[in-house]
Design a protein around this ligand. Structure first.
Ligand SMILES: [Zn+2]
Length: 191
């Protein structure tokens, strides 16, 4: 492994305690022992002896080195919801205005014009985003979010952990951070 000097820890310059973050995440398990007191069987009055059991799971370090979680994406329905609100407001406003105006004798054309000017304002009061959000815009944002995450995931796969210094670093890079700060090196732009 001497032909791969870029795997050396940027802090201590050693390689002996360096392990791949993914390997730690996937294989580092810890077990804790606990004692279970069993209930007295029904109809008897003897107490069973306590039983020693083990529970296991990813170690504390493994959990700290877990990959970046998949981001939640914006749903396109939230965009169409704004549009539906806008249409509904327009429809309700139209009915109210039309029924009251036919009594007072105002021109229906004028009412329609006024309605189309007023309804977006009402919609903006009902919903914070007055203009229905562009679905294409949301699709693009989601695509960017996913691509950023996939890049971060790819960088996570190149993360190494030095047990001597307790730091994470990406092979060939000089930054070394605590596992809690791992997202800062995963999401940093390298271009
Ligand atoms: Zn080190």
């Amino acid at each position: 492994m001497n032909e791969e000097p870029y795997l050396n820890c940027p802090i201590c310059k050693q390689i002996d305690l360096v392990r791949k973050a993914r390997a730690i995440y996937e294989t580092d398990f810890s077990t804790t022992e606990y004692t279970e007191i069993l209930p007295t069987p029904p109809g008897t009055n003897w107490a069973p002896l306590p039983v020693s059991r083990q529970s296991g799971g990813p170690s504390f370090l493994a959990r700290r080195l877990s990959p970046p979680p998949k981001p939640t994406l914006k749903t396109e329905t939230s965009a169409s919801a704004g549009y539906v609100t806008w249409l509904l407001t327009a429809a309700v406003g139209f009915i109210i205005l039309f029924s009251s105006s036919s009594a007072s004798g105002a021109s229906p054309a004028l009412v329609c014009l006024g309605l189309f000017l007023v309804s977006p304002i009402i919609a903006s009061i009902v919903q914070k985003n007055s203009v229905p959000q562009n679905i294409e815009q949301i699709k693009k944002e989601n695509k960017d979010t996913l691509e950023r995450w996939q890049r971060a995931l790819h960088r996570w796969d190149q993360c190494y952990y030095c047990g001597r210094d307790g730091v994470v670093f990406i092979r060939g890079e000089s930054n070394a951070v605590s596992p809690e700060m791992m997202p800062t090196i995963l999401y940093q732009s390298t271009t």
